[in-house]
Design a protein. Sequence first.
Length: 534
Amino acid sequence: MSRWLDDALFYEIYPQSFCDSNGDGIGDINGIISKLDYIHSLGCNAIWMNPCYDSPFVDAGYDVRDYYKVAPRYGTNDDIRRLCEEIHSRSMHILLDLVPGHTSDQCSWFRESQKHDRNEYTDRYIWTDTVWEDVGGIVNVMGLTRGGTERNGAYLTNFFNAQPALNYGFADPDPDRPWQQGINEPGPRGTVEAMKDVMRFWLSLGCDGFRVDMAGSLIKADPDQSANIRLWQEFRAFLDAEYPDAVMVSEWAQPDKSLLAGFHMDFLLHFGPSHYMDLFRTETPYFSREGKGSLKQFFDLYMDNMNKTRAGGGMMCIPSGNHDMVRISRFLDPEELKLAFAFILSMPGVPFIYYGDEIGMKYVEDLVSVEGGYERTGSRSPMAFDCGKNAGFSAADPGDLYIRQDDSRSTVNVEYEERDERSVLNEVRRLTAFRKAHPALHNRSDFEMVYCEDHKYPLAFIRKSDEESMLVIFNPSSEDASLDFDLPEKYDIVYRAGRIRDDSVLDESCFSMSDKKDASGMFPAESAIFIRII
Ligand code: GLC
Ligand code: CA
């Protein structure tokens, strides 16, 4: 069942910005099909594509107008079918984006729900009993919109005002507010069944599963998320019965909850308790050569989550970035970025590469917001493939592109970097091939911490499978750092990244070993090294 996750390596595609096949300035499905060989050449064998459904694009497609129809600007449902076939013919897999928590306010379900007279959709969304009612302080309730409807009530919204929340009920409804329905009432049950139909539709069309948007917040007034967990267990049971191979990854950012809920994997993200930001995106990220970061809190929680979820076989995903975060290259320069990728590609779980990060594509500063992106807009600019017009993204006039491209696209692009042995792109390709070739580094192989102290460098851990053990050491800081480690009799240096790659010799002197009193034990600056222990 879903064994393909054991060696999955994902690439996230933002469809509007990946490849435009018909010159209208916006990416589309045929464009993606034309770049599948490129994605495969990165060593990626799976794709997560952001929403591709019909939408007024108030939130870039996370405001779905029609769950059953591809947005015409991307193509047709048949194009998605063909995309899935092309992906499978390369032994790759694809997850679509499921947005179960809210729709667009232009969705026909919501239009019906706004009507004064009762109908099938009256309870599909969460409406108060009068337009004047106020709500506040309820867990998972993000907003309320009043007025503009025939129905006398205000409706809850999830993210932007144009995203009315679907009604999955309240875990703990307030008895004084009868509009808060229990999770087993007909309204919430109708929503659950409707969402199962949506899943059936796309799985039957050929996708391999879903990335699930805002997965932890469907049920309201559920402070410990136990009702949300049970809801997802129900969805999982439905999939196990009808689509046992369907894979689900959650945008929940709390693996101790999501993996229990039946998700195969969950992301560590810029929100939630994970300290993911400490890796690459704080004022002083660990992977910057400044050497002022700390991964202590990140790893304390990581190990804790690993222990709590080990039994269920779920995995944690560390992404290089995504469409909601400022690009990693705004915090790390290309040399630092290579070590960051060495980290992402040596950790357990399923790695995700956000399109463009593999070439160190830049965050585009000072853009006017596009489709509800706001500061996220700069991370969503079109992919740079070559040195030609619009960096090979589109044949349109540059002024007609979905989002303006960064000025560095003439050198930060696939074609240019392919020619440079030292580029980020080539390092990423070497690293993915290296991961694939070494069982110790595979998604499900063991992880053991060797050294991770507060505000100290280096970081060292061991990855282990039945076949081999690998000691992995990172020192992204610009100072050599001491490491206490008893190197075994026999070992083999199998990969070097960063400065150590060319001008340092690594030998036993890098380790202060307990049996050699005079060993200096300084591990070289700005380097990563992989040592196979024999
Ligand atoms: C998720 C998406 C984000 C979207 C929001 C509302 O966080 O990743 O892009 O705006 O949900 O659907
Ligand atoms: Ca197009």
